[in-house]
Design a protein around this ligand. Structure first.
Ligand code: PRP
Ligand code: URA
Length: 220
């Protein structure tokens, strides 16, 4: 049984909750029990695009030059080898597609895990990561940060694979999940669209949006 806790305040160095009217509006639609799978998937993608803009603000860049139809000019490009987006299955897939529209060159990793319904602990079932992942900027995506168990397990796997440049992008989180990730991986910045109140006795986020995977894939 998960004990509910009062909300904690976290500095933006730990968690950045994107404060934007478009994000807030779309989160309301995502929360609604009236929203069906097609709209839910589209909204997850749109929110991911909006919060990724903030989450990726500090990607490293380098100077380059470009020839326009008018002249040559100095310009800027992303530095280093292609980043990697790593989706936690199933629900993270809907965010992977959105990140790929921003970073089409990104290499995609998949980490399959589901929460045991009784213990709420993540049960891993799949792991496929891009080559040279240890050299890449890695963006881990999963719509829900509840107990934090899945995110911590994913980050543990990536650290084990040698990754040092990690960030976590989720749509809805709660204090328990933020604390778990920060305790285990204090250097990993977390970006959210909403930081909710708490977990309930089934380790679901309150008010949350229910089971993200079921709502995305219509398996309710
Ligand atoms: C959901 C969600 C996260 C996890 C969050 O996945 O997509 O992966 O729960 O919970 P946690 O922070 O307590 O670990 P779920 O286990 O339901 O699997 P699914 O995506 O396959 O539906
Ligand atoms: N996983 C979900 O999909 N939703 C929650 O609220 C918690 C875990």
């Amino acid at each position: 049984m998960v004990v509910t806790q009062a909300s904690e305040n976290f500095p933006t160095s730990v968690v950045n909750v994107v404060d934007h009217p478009l994000v807030a509006h779309k989160i309301t639609l995502l929360r609604s029990i009236e929203t069906g799978p097609a709209e839910f998937r589209a909204l997850c993608g749109e929110v991911t695009l909006l919060i990724a803009y903030e989450a990726l603000r500090d990607l490293p860049t380098s100077a380059t030059s470009v020839t326009t139809p008018i002249t040559d000019t100095e310009s800027t490009e992303l530095a280093g080898i292609a980043p990697s987006v790593v989706g936690i299955l199933r629900a993270g897939l809907v965010m992977v597609d959105a990140i790929l529209t921003l970073l089409p060159q990104a290499r995609v990793g998949h980490l399959g895990m589901y929460r045991d319904p009784d213990t709420h602990q993540p049960v891993p079932y799949y792991n496929k990561l891009p080559v040279n992942i240890d050299r890449r900027e890695v963006i881990v995506v999963d719509p829900m940060l509840a107990t934090g168990g899945s995110a911590v397990a994913a980050l543990d796997s990536l650290v084990e694979a040698g990754c040092t440049k990690l960030r976590l992008l989720s749509i809805i989180g709660c204090p328990e999940g933020v604390k778990a990730v920060h305790d285990a991986h204090p250097d990993v910045p977390i970006t959210l669209a909403a930081l909710d109140d708490r977990l309930n006795e089934n380790a679901y986020i309150v008010p949350g949006l229910g089971d993200a995977g079921d709502r995305i894939y219509g398996t309710l």
